[in-house]
Ligand binder design. Structure first.
Ligand code: ZN
Length: 282
């Protein structure tokens, strides 16, 4: 979907396996930046990579014009389509060094952060040719640069990207959508990252992977909701820890916390257990 002459959004639908023959429908946004060449911010999953390429052809551009893929982090729904893009173009892949090992070695990611249908979502690894850090800039084209902001918490190497000339802030999964299953490795650092994003001046659009595109005063509302949601989960987990025996498993803690959040789920995935467990480390 076209937002401006430069920015198009692409919504990837996919399914996440909870158990055998048990799936939950999910979506993730990636972003297409059109200049002399094309830059992608994240690639979606394996199954939707061909659809993204078809979309480029529909708007009279070619996948071969993709010169750069900036990855907000290493999770499957952001890197799953990388290999297809690599085959179709001579794009370079950029990411933070902390998430690089999981992009270059997807088997390692699968072992360390198991997802049942991981390889349905991720086609394969790609080499990261440029490591990104706070303050780095990526040149989209003459007069249009993308600034890198380190926004860890959701993953250790999560980054956000700001295209100042368009007032466009791309935050990956750094801002949680209130009311959804929380995914992060450090809630305190997540909140700090959102506070940092709130301070970026000149933001006209918030392009989060979990939200529909957001503009105007809805931006600070979404960020504040994200912070409040993490703080609410923190209160719930701390309360549960006080009332439950110390030997309570992470699974049980997660089930009880999800109940209190009003979220029904058949099974607690390891990455969700990690989120709730991370509130214990304070
Ligand atoms: Zn993620």
């Amino acid at each position: 979907m076209k937002i401006t002459e430069t920015i198009h959004t692409f919504k990837h639908s996919f399914r996440l396996a909870l158990g055998e023959n048990q799936y939950v429908d999910r979506f993730v946004y990636s972003y297409i930046l059109l200049g002399k060449n094309i830059c992608l911010i994240d690639t979606g999953v394996r199954g939707t990579a061909p659809l993204l390429q078809d979309y480029l052809k529909q708007i009279n551009r070619s996948p071969g014009e993709i010169s750069m893929v900036a990855l907000t982090h290493a999770h499957p729904d952001h890197i799953g389509g990388c290999l297809a893009i690599k085959k179709a173009s001579s794009a370079s892949f950029c990411a933070h060094h902390a998430d690089k090992p999981w992009i270059e070695d997807v088997e390692k990611q699968y072992q360390e952060r198991p997802i049942l249908n991981f390889f349905e979502l991720v086609e394969g690894p790609v080499p990261v040719s440029r490591e990104l850090k706070e303050g780095d800039t990526l040149l989209l084209e003459e007069g249009k640069t993308i600034r890198v902001l380190e926004t860890p918490g959701h993953s250790l190497g999560s980054i956000s990207l700001f295209l100042k000339e368009e007032g466009a802030l791309f935050t990956g999964d750094a801002v949680p959508a209130a009311g959804t299953i929380p995914i992060y490795v450090d809630p305190r650092v997540s909140v700090q990252s959102i506070q940092k994003l709130k301070k970026v001046s000149g933001v006209k659009y918030l392009f989060s992977s979990w939200h529909e595109p957001i503009s105007g005063n809805q931006i600070s509302i979404a960020m504040n909701e994200g912070i409040r949601y993490i703080e609410k989960i923190d209160e719930i987990v701390i309360d549960l820890i006080k009332t439950m025996p110390p030997e309570t498993s992470a699974e049980e803690l997660s089930v009880r916390a999800l109940e209190r959040l009003g979220i029904k789920t058949g099974k607690v995935l390891p990455m969700v257990r990690t989120s709730f467990e991370s509130h214990r480390k304070r």
